[in-house]
Every structure is written in structure tokens, then in C-alpha cells.
Design a protein around this ligand. Sequence first.
Ligand code: CA
Length: 232
Amino acid sequence: MTKILIVEDEEKISRFLELELQHEGYEAGKAADGRTGLDMALSGDYDLMVLDIMLPELNGMEVLRRLRKTSQLPVIMLTARDAVMDKVSGLDMGANDYITKPFAIEELLARIRALLRTSVAIAPLARGAALSCGELIMNVDAHTVTYKEANIELTNKEFSLLQALLENKDIVLSRDVLLDRIWGYGYIGETNVVDVYIRYLRQKIDDVFHVKLIHTVRGIGYTIKDEKESES
Ligand code: CA
């Protein structure tokens, strides 16, 4: 079932949207502040987000900015009437569409349907899809990772880190992006935690199978790539 995330601090509006979306056959999730909304959006459980701009904790623009570091989740922004700046900067920052408050529910539903239709093609990762790099294969739903059919046992954090790398194969991800995504932007602790977990992954994958999949890009971050694939 298609799941839609509503990030809106005005309880009346979010409850109304929830009921309308459920009535249309969608599953709806709600967050009343930006931080919770961002966490839920990054969980990968949702197909589309309706995002208000004025929110406690993190405003909608900031939620969108952080989301777009790692996610292509379709986003419709809710903007105040005549707030032209909001519309422009929202679209600049990667919102797919916006709607002005107060809005007719039919218009929002039409935009949601339109966006879901077009976003199927750009969805970064269908649920149940396998991710791979050379002989390394991750099945996200089954939570398994294999190399040439040999099972690799990973902790949850290692799994999430590897998933982030595989979803962005051949793209360098900075430590900050990985830290935000795996440990959360509120993470307070050792700043080298990403490096530590990269080392764990290398020990369990590169070292065991005598391959070089996880690469350090000095001064930037990490990427996963199969050199045999990229050289050809
Ligand atoms: Ca609001």
C-alpha cells in the first residue's frame, strides 16, 4: 500500500489530511515536528511526503535540505498564501511540487496522484529490490548480504552503512552524509564512528573475500565500486 508521510504541526490539518488520505486508500503517517518528520522520511517506509514549512525543531526547508542529501523521496511542500520565496526556494531545494494554504483537498490529492505516477520511474529503490556491487548482493527486505553466495553477518549499523553505500554505488558519500543517515543528525559521540564502521565492513567483506569494493576518497568520504565494472 502506498504510504504518505504528513509533516505538519497543526494537529487539525494533519488529522484532516490523515483521514482524507486513508479515505483515498493510502496509508498515512504523521509527524508534528521537523526532526521526527526527517527521521520518518529517511526510514524508507514512505512513498511521498507532504511537508509544511513552518515547523518546530527543524523547519520544512531544513528538513528538505537534509533529506535531499540521500533521498529522492517525492515531496510536496505546504506554503503560506503568497509566500513566493517559499515556493521558489522549496523547488530549488528539491521539492517536487508545492501547494498554497489554505488548499482544497481535491487539489492536493490530484497533485499526490500525479507525483506518485511520475515518481515510480525515479524511485531510488523499490521495496524488495536487491542491491549489488560485483558479486556482493544485498537483499534489503530479507536483511541478507552475500558474496558469491557466502553469507556475511552484519550488525544493524553495518548493514545500514553498506546499504547507503550500495544505493549510491560509484558516488562518493561524505562522512557527514553517512553520519546523518545512519546515526542521525543529532548524534553526539565519536566523530570517527563512520571510519570505525567502514573498517568493520572492510574486515567482513574486502578482507575475507580478497576484493577491494569499499574505497576511501581522501578528504571527502567513501564509495563502493567494483573496479572491474568501472574499468570496462
Ligand atoms: Ca505549521
